[in-house]
Write a protein that binds this ligand. Structure first.
Ligand SMILES: Cc1cc2nc3c(=O)[nH]c(=O)nc-3n(C[C@H](O)[C@H](O)[C@H](O)COP(=O)(O)OP(=O)(O)OC[C@H]3O[C@@H](n4cnc5c(N)ncnc54)[C@H](O)[C@@H]3O)c2cc1C
Length: 282
């Protein structure tokens, strides 16, 4: 086994300083993805910067005007069990609850999940459905990037080498929104998704109405479809069938261990239909 140094900064500023000074330093959150890459020799960092000792970096706060702020170091379990998530963003809680198993969810951080950017993941699909952004911090300051622009491909993001994903920011929930997250696995119930669908419906109510679907795991990044709803208009069975067909046409699945591409395309059509039906009958 190769030797490496572990540094444990006590603040985000200190962690940013280390990244700015050491080009070989690699961040570690829960380690559930990174340690596998190190074990297989795919990544061989000389210095690991363990973020888990930083106080307050896992805090989850909610405010009805600014929305939800999830500290990057929050575990996936912290997110699914946060009262604000359960009350205002149950769709997000559902997507976090179906990640792997409780041992992984306790270790894995939300920032690690998003920064790793494995396309076969659950939380990004739900967060994109809510127009979430990520806060990226470095020595010289911070920027905020829409998650949909942050995830640019399979294992590809716009994160710079010296940046830390310090928070996920979710806009305030719309009133009267009903949503769900459906995941389908083909190998075991704890597996990564073969396909995942986040869907919500919000009738026109002073603000513009919309039905939105985000499909994950079957394209390099989540695919978003949106259908405007006029005042008094609800989603009909025909509209649901049409959105399901469009979703199946919009994704770009590949043949892999979780199933052939054609199968996944059909699966998307079924999952989108089920998810939207669940939203309108809730
Ligand atoms: C058996 C198993 C089953 C799984 N099943 C699922 C599943 O069903 N659904 C699903 O969505 N995921 C699944 N996963 C993936 C899991 O969710 C990710 O491994 C995890 O979220 C990564 O988080 P982490 O904190 O452990 O990241 P780490 O392993 O610590 O880091 C991952 C990457 O992110 C970088 N990084 C970490 N933190 C930061 C930060 N704050 N800022 C910038 N970069 C950072 C690291 O440098 C590294 O490149 C599974 C993983 C395993 C091992």
């Amino acid at each position: 086994m190769r030797r490496f140094n572990i540094i444990e900064p006590r603040s985000i500023d200190d962690a940013c300083e280390i990244l700015a000074e050491d080009e070989d330093a690699k961040l570690i959150g829960g380690g559930t993805a990174l340690l596998i890459l190190i074990k297989h020799g795919i990544l061989l960092p000389q210095t690991l910067v363990n973020l888990k000792k930083i106080n307050d970096a896992a805090e989850i706060t909610f405010d009805s005007t600014s929305g939800l702020r999830v500290g990057g170091l929050a575990s996936i379990y912290d997110v699914e069990s946060a009262p604000a998530v359960r009350e205002h963003y149950p769709l997000l809680g559902k997507a976090c609850h179906v990640v792997a198993n409780i041992r992984i969810r306790n270790m894995a951080t939300i920032a690690g999940n998003l920064a790793h950017a494995d396309s076969q993941s659950d939380p990004p699909t739900a967060l994109v459905a809510f127009d979430a952004s990520v806060e990226l911090s470095k020595r010289d300051g911070k920027r905020s990037v829409k998650l949909a622009d942050f995830l640019i491909g399979s294992y590809e993001t716009v994160l710079a080498r010296d940046e830390i994903l310090t928070a996920v920011l979710v806009p305030p929930p719309r009133t009267n929104l009903t949503g769900t997250y459906l995941k389908f696995t083909t190998r075991s119930s704890e597996d990564r998704p073969c396909a995942g669908v986040a869907a919500w419906v919000c009738p026109a109510n002073g603000t513009a109405g919309e039905a939105r679907v985000v499909v994950g795991a079957v394209s390099p990044a989540p695919v978003v479809l949106s259908e405007p709803l006029a005042t008094g208009q609800s989603l009909t069975a025909d509209m649901i069938a049409e959105i399901s067909r469009k979703a199946a046409a919009a994704v770009d699945p590949i043949d892999d261990l979780r199933g052939p591409a054609d199968y996944k395309r059909q699966l998307v059509q079924v999952l989108v239909r089920r998810a939207l039906n669940e939203c309108v009958t809730d």
